[in-house]
Design a protein around this ligand. Structure first.
Ligand code: ATP
Length: 610
């Protein structure tokens, strides 16, 4: 029925790559696609019925034409003529009405299926590990998935229904033709491919030319961009390459002319082929029908022959569409295959099947011979072991890139260890419930993330049911309350996109308050490396102090004041613990700590600490 042109990058034909990557259609694949459709089987049944009824009805006026001619016109019966015309009009109207219902249900189903798929995708993406999000190429997958799901929608609304309605129209037309006259119907079946196949060939030739001329036009544009740009033009002039560049341009320009003429002529041939072949078909039917009628006295009326010719015309569209549908089908299968591959991307960090949720979190942390690498090429952490008892605090220091952030990321399982184990209250974190870890480990990251909204909304993210008293208390502890209430709108101040309207120090203190509100047993503070002025630094220091006093804390420290606040210092270099102890013990050792102290910390040392 539908002859609507299909969009999509490749048009009506598959290019080499699509042919090569055409997926294997297995029973599993089809069943899996089917599993997305089954929840909507009732609606699908309605669509199916609507397609069947409307396809059948759309053929009916062609059949009535025979009676209009035989009974109305040749039989000279005006009443019959009028009533047949009215029936024909009503049937056409009815078939179109049902078509409206079909389109509505169809898009309803497609939207609901893609709604399910998008939800499933979001859930799946949320489970993906930090590794997934930090590697760029996988970020692209997210965009890919979104556009692929859109492709699924068009597959359901176009491809599937188009196949169905075309097949049904064809079958109904064939049955009607065979009922009228099997011999002529048979003839029709032979003729249809005769005029659809050349059309297809012509289309393919044209498609190839279009692609070629597209490439040629890209080349022309490339030359223009290269040689007519400021620096390109200068290069051409300085090296006296005008004639060479002109020659190059002229060659492509001529090729374009040639291709464009051939392309427009291919279109012309295409039309010649269509119109000739589509009129040959009816003529053959008239001829053979006439011979049967006149020479063999067959039981065939003028109306019958007209019906057969009209029905033959009705077959052209569906056959043509079905020949193209193979392309759509392969693309759709490729689309589903790719989507399922995304869905099957393994979830790297997931709850263990028998994950433990302890009643209470104490806050003991232990690194037990931990080795870790992001990828095969390099071990980032090597044999890191330390214990941190409840309420104690540890400062991790070391040169940039030594693995400090990496180490703390292993505690809430942003990544899993490669070897060894990280324990929380004596239990391997991989055995603990992820939600439990999330609730009991608070991290203030180096670059604080605030979303676009008010300060209050950002704080509530940690504890949606927090009271105003709780919020204010957390902010007082984080030493940010006074700043917030000094703003015109107080807690309802907008922070701007990613918190842009706030200074680095303010953002950091708000994010400390946010974690305090969650009240976790273990607190990790990854100090920003960016230097702050001494007032901001004092404010941050005052914010960190209560955090250290009350709970187990790990401080990745870049400032001496933070380091001095901790009970113990661990010095990491190239992923290994090289020194540990207290400031006064380490500073005189003459090792990594001494060097860090001399280059980084000494300059900012507050006078009273010396
Ligand atoms: P800084 O003090 O500069 O924040 P750091 O000691 O916290 O440094 P990490 O961020 O832990 O260092 O990085 C340790 C090493 O791991 C670096 O060499 C870094 O390039 C590498 N690295 C960090 N994140 C990734 C990642 N997602 N994938 C691959 N390598 C990574």
């Amino acid at each position: 029925m539908s002859m609507r042109p299909r969009g999509g990058p490749g048009g009506r034909f598959l290019d080499e790559e699509e042919k090569k990557n055409a997926p294997k259609v297995t029973k599993e694949l089809l069943l899996r696609i089917f599993s997305y459709l089954t929840p909507y089987w009732k609606q699908m049944a309605v669509v199916l019925t609507a397609i069947i009824v409307s396809s059948m009805l759309s053929i009916y006026p062609s059949v009535i034409t025979g009676r209009i001619i035989d009974e109305g016109l040749i039989g000279r019966d005006l009443n019959k003529l009028i009533s047949l015309i009215i029936i024909s009009l009503l049937v056409t109207f009815g078939s179109n009405l049902i078509g409206v219902l079909e389109s509505y249900m169809n898009s309803w189903i497609a939207q609901h299926i893609t709604y399910d798929m998008r939800n499933q995708m979001y859930r799946h993406l949320q489970k993906m590990s930090q590794r997934f999000f930090t590697s760029g190429s996988q970020g692209d997958i997210i965009t890919r998935m979104t556009s692929d799901i859109d492709g699924v929608r068009s597959t359901i609304t176009n491809t599937f229904t188009s196949i169905l309605s075309n097949v049904i129209t064809l079958v109904v037309a064939l049955v009607a033709m065979f009922q009228k006259n099997p011999l002529l119907a048979f003839l029709g079946i032979i003729i249809v491919p005769l005029f659809t196949l050349p059309t297809r060939q012509a289309g393919k030739a044209r498609w190839t030319l279009t692609k070629e001329s597209q490439e040629c036009s890209d080349a022309v544009n490339g030359i223009l961009n290269e040689t007519l740009s400021v620096s390109g033009q200068l290069l051409v002039k300085l090296f006296g390459r005008e004639d060479y560049e002109y020659g190059r341009y002229e060659k492509y320009n001529r090729k374009m002319v040639d291709l464009n003429i051939r392309e427009s002529m291919a279109g012309r041939w295409f039309r010649v082929v269509i119109s000739t072949f589509s009129s040959i078909g009816p003529m053959i039917l008239y001829l053979v029908g006439g011979i049967l009628m006149m020479k063999y006295d067959a039981d065939l009326s003028v109306g019958d022959i007209t019906v057969l010719v009209t029905l033959l015309g009705r077959m052209y569209g569906p056959v043509n569409s079905l020949l193209n549908i193979q392309v759509d089908w392969i693309r759709s299968m490729a689309l589903f295959t790719r989507l399922f591959e995304y869905y099957d991307m393994p979830v790297e960090i997931d709850n263990a099947p028998d994950a433990i949720t302890p009643d209470e979190a104490v806050g003991n942390i232990e690194f037990d011979h931990v080795f870790f690498r992001y990828n095969e090429d390099r071990m980032i952490l090597k044999d890191v072991s330390f214990k941190l008892g409840q309420g104690r605090s540890i400062a991790i220091v070391g040169p940039s890139g030594s693995g400090k952030s990496t180490a703390v990321n292993l505690i809430p399982r942003l990544y899993d260890v490669t070897e060894g184990s990280v324990k929380f209250d004596g239990i391997d974190v991989r055995k603990l419930d992820l939600a439990f870890l999330g609730d009991n480990i608070g991290i203030v990251t180096q670059d604080t993330y605030l979303f676009n909204g008010t300060i209050r909304e950002n704080l509530l993210y940690a504890k949606p049911d927090a009271t105003m008293e709780e919020i204010e208390e957390a902010c007082r502890k984080a030493n940010i309350h006074d700043f917030i209430i000094s703003q015109d709108k107080g807690y309802d101040t907008e922070v701007g996109n990613r918190g842009l309207k706030l200074s680095g120090g303010e953002k950091q203190r708000i994010s400390i308050a946010r974690v305090l509100l969650k009240d976790p047993a273990v607190m990790i503070f990854d100090e920003a490396t960016a230097s702050l002025d001494s007032i901001s630094e004092k404010a941050i220091q005052d914010a960190i102090d209560p955090l250290i006093d009350e709970r187990t804390s790990i401080l990745i420290a870049h400032r001496l004041s933070t380091i001095l606040a901790a009970d113990e210092i661990i010095v990491i270099r190239d992923g290994e613990i090289v020194e540990r102890g207290r400031h006064k013990d380490l500073v005189g050792l003459g090792g990594v700590y001494t060097e860090l102290y001399n280059t980084q910390f000494n300059a900012e040392l507050p006078k009273e600490d010396e």
